[in-house]
Every structure is written in C-alpha cells, then in structure tokens.
Design a protein around this ligand. Sequence first.
Ligand code: NAP
Length: 286
Amino acid sequence: MDIENQKEVPLAAVIGSPIGQSLSPDLHNYWLVKNNLKGYYIPLNVNLKMLEKTINLLPKLGFKGANVTIPHKTNVLSMVDKLTDRATMIGAVNTLHFNSSGQITGDNTDAYGFIENIKQKQPHWDPKKGPALVYGAGGAARAIVWALLHEGVPEVRISNRTKNKAISLSDILGAKVKVIDWTNVDSQLEEVLTLVNTTSLGMIGNARFSPNISKLNSQALVADLVYNPLKTDLLKTAKSMGLKTVDGLGMLLHQGVPGFEKWFGVQPKVTEELEMFLQEKCNVTI
Ligand code: NAP
C-alpha cells in the first residue's frame, strides 16, 4: 500500500501518564515514513479518571487502535470487550485494536517482542533444550515467563527479592514454574540454558546488577530487558565469558510490530538502522 492508493488516514495512539518519555511515537512514525504510508501516531497523556472515556471515544474519532503503557497496562483489562489469550495469561494489555463497529480488543505483545528479538539476534537458540532462570517477578516477568513456557522451555525458575511475588507468579503460571531463593541462585546456574533479567536493576538511575554468573552453563543465552544502558553489566560479563546475549532494545521494537501491522496494514521491519535511530533519539548509553 502506498500513499497515493490510501483512501483513509489511519490513526493510532499511545496512552499513558506521564507519556513524554515514550519511544513509541518515534518508533511508529519512523515505520510510517519508511513504508511510505499515510497515518498518524500520537502520544496521549490520560489519567485513570479519563481512561475508560478515552478508550471508548477513540474508535469514534477514527483511531484504529492504541498502545497502552505505564500505569494503565492492568487498568484497561476490565475496560475492553475482548482479551486475546496471551493478554489473559500475561494479565496485562499493551495493545488495543478497534474494529469497524467500535469493539475493543486488548492484546499483549511483550512476550511476542521478547521471543522475536531472540529469534532475530540468536537464531540458533533452542528453548526446549533446558531450564531457564528469570530474575524478577514484576509485570515484565509475567510476560517473559509465559513466553518461555509457550516456546517450550521445560522449566522456568524465578528468583525475586520479594519471594512472595515469585510464589504468586508460579501459582498463576503453573507447575513448570519453580521459585528459587534470591540468595541461592548460584546453585542453579550449571543447568540453566536461558537466563533473563526482568528486574529494573541495572537501568540508569537504579542500583547496578552484576550477579556472579561464573558457573553458568557455557551454552546459555543471556537476555536483559533493561535497554538503557544497552550494554548492561550482566550482558558485558556474559559476553566476556563467550555466551550468547540479547539486549532489551530489540524487544521494545519487536513488541510494536503486531499493533502497527493491524492499524496501518503493513508488517514493519526491525532493522539495525531503526535501532540506531532510536538509540540516538532516547540517548541510550552504550
Ligand atoms: P516492576 O513490575 O516494577 O518490577 C520490578 C522488578 O525489579 C521486581 O521484580 C522487583 O523486585 C525488582 N527490583 C527492583 N528494585 C530492586 C532491588 N533494589 N533489588 C532487587 N530487585 C529489585 O517493573 P516491570 O514493569 O516488570 O519492568 C522491569 C524492567 O523491565 C524495567 O527496567 C523496564 O524498563 C524493563 N522492561 C523492558 C521492556 C523492553 O521492551 N525491553 C519491556 C518491559 C519492561 P521486588 O518484587 O522485590 O520489588
């Protein structure tokens, strides 16, 4: 589809509060230009009081859908007409689709983004080969644990500073999810073939995160959801040990693909050029 043949101008938004920090407008507007498409993607600062009204109004104003970000990813669960299976399992919504009669579907593309990024960057990763270890049990962890199980990882071990949160996650996601003491992770490392940091540790402004991973299996893949800095201490250590690594920026870009495709009709590409563009836009530290 190109600009001359497009009859209507599709609209999409990202809804959150605050919203100025969101990279989504830069990402989607880059794809609109790259694909020579008409369309607009705008940031909307919406508080909880206005959230339901806004979501119901957008389809009437010509919006095809929206992304949902902090703090509304769980708030919108009860405000949509339908949830996809993965949004139900992950317990949060980050993408909305509106159909022509205004019906609202809530989806979650974080797990998809995480897996697609690994498949693009580390195509030989075989999730079925052995257990995974996930640090953290917050909102992002739930998507990652679900994604790993969905890809066939035989067992996911979660370790979180607040153990009760890890226990709740394991109760929700089933028997293949085991809880490991935050202080006893070392004993697990030899078997682990996928290791993921989903905590906010290591992010600029937060405490550093350099767990001792010297005993980690030499075939392991190490992924960090933190994308600023891009090369976290955890990833630097893993690289120096010769392990395969994946950073957090690629996940952020891939999670935008399904929404863009539904709203604007073209599957966009995640390229090195796009990654560099966004690194510069958001002053990501390398
Ligand atoms: P969240 O729900 O607030 O969870 C934060 C997690 O970090 C919890 O497990 C928390 O443990 C842990 N944590 C925080 N401070 C800690 C400390 N000092 N010591 C030990 N553990 C600590 O946040 P979230 O939404 O899951 O996001 C987590 C990170 O993932 C953020 O950095 C976010 O930017 C990143 N993220 C990246 C992407 C991407 O596309 N790359 C997508 C989503 C999220 P407690 O339970 O003990 O507090």
